[in-house]
Design a protein around this ligand. Structure first.
Ligand SMILES: Nc1ncnc2c1ncn2[C@@H]1O[C@H](COP(=O)(O)OP(=O)(O)O)[C@@H](O)[C@H]1O
Ligand SMILES: [Mg+2]
Length: 406
């Protein structure tokens, strides 16, 4: 390798520092991947782990990718990833058109592979998996130097893992309850059409806490509203709890929303002339089998405020009433759009603690936020950029609300 290449040298230095300084293995691997993706300008970077106790296949464990590949697996020997693992040898397919040995096109739905590097990583005692990098951004090809960086990164990853005592754990998730395929959303303003969502593919799993991150205006609320049946995609498929809503009309969406979804917004939208109990009672009347109002208030620590009017409650307390109001429906899914954006740190933690309890009770939750610290609580973090999934990461050990700091 050309170690005189400043970029290569710098990248390796950054990776080494990130891995050695990270507080956990989780953090180390994510940091390493991001550095690779950014410095090599790759479209996608994935760490595949071999599950030696489960189905004995390679699973994507950390990745930054424009697609949701949570459920992708590679059999040993299959595809570039599987072959690289089996032979314990790097596969450098630097330019697809001239290299028939590259990963098959079918390796990743939605991503046409033009250039890829797969490198196995192992300690002296054990084979762990494969690091894969796909497509230079802008359609260029990887260089031999890039491939060298990946190989060294793989060694560092293996070292980091073998130093770590704990066994690497797979993320055990439930069945998909929400399936989005090729979701687009366009808005027309006069003569111009703005394409806000450009083809979102994402599954959300039962019992999962998923956080949606992204810059202001990138389409987070738009996506949440489509999932909640408050808005309709311009095109694409949308299935929820086994039912297909791709071509649903307004009435179907209203029914769907009423029975399945609890909403929590940044603004509280409580009725000012009704007390907390009455605000919840209003919703309880609309559904078949409401959660007892006392129970809903109790679960967010607001039982004592049942008779209080919104104006007598703090922002955090009002938001907890909103959570209780969402719970009255016994929703299968809770959608929270920046629920703490208007709150200070201490009250944010109160609200997040209440939401954490809801998820612990088995309810699936999708939360939009632009607070990266809050994202540490999630099972998975999905970042939107340019109308697409920019990266999806798994938190193998989600943080507790009480441990967050900002
Ligand atoms: N009903 C609408 N009509 C026109 N443009 C809209 C509408 N809703 C959202 N947009 C536009 O779509 C973009 C994404 O909005 P939004 O989903 O609210 O972003 P985020 O929640 O990520 O901040 C913004 O540019 C916004 O102006
Ligand atoms: Mg928004």
């Amino acid at each position: 390798m050309d170690l005189n290449s400043f970029t290569t040298f710098k990248t390796l230095g950054e990776i080494n520092t990130a891995i050695s300084q990270a507080a956990s293995l989780d953090a180390a691997l994510k940091a390493g991947l991001k550095i690779i993706r950014d410095n090599l300008a790759a479209e996608m970077a994935v760490i595949w782990f071999y599950d030696k106790e489960g189905d004995k296949k390679l699973h994507p464990s950390y990745w930054v990718a424009p697609n949701d590949i949570t459920d992708r697996v590679h059999a040993v020997g299959e595809g570039a990833v599987g072959r690289s693992y089996q032979n314990q040898k790097a596969i450098r397919s630097l330019w697809f058109e001239t290299d028939p040995d590259v990963a098959t096109q079918a390796d990743f739905e939605g991503i046409e592979i033009s250039s890829a590097i797969c490198t196995p990583f192992s300690s002296p005692f054990e084979d762990y998996g494969v690091v894969q990098v796909v497509n230079k951004a802008g359609g260029g090809r990887f260089t031999e130097d890039d491939a060298d960086v990946i190989e060294i990164m793989s060694m560092l990853v293996a070292q980091a893992i073998s130093k770590n005592e704990s066994r690497f754990e797979m993320w055990e998730h439930g069945e998909p309850v929400i399936e989005l395929r090729g979701i687009t959303r366009e808005f027309q303003n006069g003569d111009t059409i703005s394409k806000i969502l450009r083809g979102i593919n994402l599954d959300v799993y039962e019992g999962e806490f998923l956080v949606l991150l992204g810059e202001s205006g990138c389409g987070k609320s738009t996506l949440l509203n489509i999932i909640g049946g408050m808005d309709k995609a311009t095109s694409g498929e949308f299935r929820c709890f086994g039912q297909d809503f791709s071509n649903a009309d307004r009435d179907m969406l209203t029914e769907y929303r009423r029975h399945n979804i609890g909403f929590i917004f940044q603004s509280y939208n409580l009725m000012p002339n009704l007390n907390a109990y009455q605000n919840l009672a209003l919703i309880a009347e609309l559904v078949d089998d409401p959660l007892p109002i006392e129970d809903a208030l109790e679960s967010v620590g607001m039982a004592e405020k049942a008779r209080s009017y919104p104006s007598r409650l703090s922002g955090g307390q009002q938001q907890r009433i909103c959570i209780a109001r969402a719970l009255v429906k016994r929703p299968k899914l809770i959608l929270a759009d920046e629920p703490t954006a208007a709150l200070d740190f201490t009250t944010s933690i109160e609200v997040l603690t209440a939401l954490e309890k809801v998820v612990a009770g088995g309810t699936t939750m999708i939360m939009v936020t632009h607070n990266e610290e809050i994202a540490r609580m999630a099972n998975r973090v999905v970042r939107l950029r340019g109308g697409l999934l920019h990266e999806v990461t798994v938190n193998r050990h989600p943080a507790k609300a009480a441990d967050l700091v900002w």
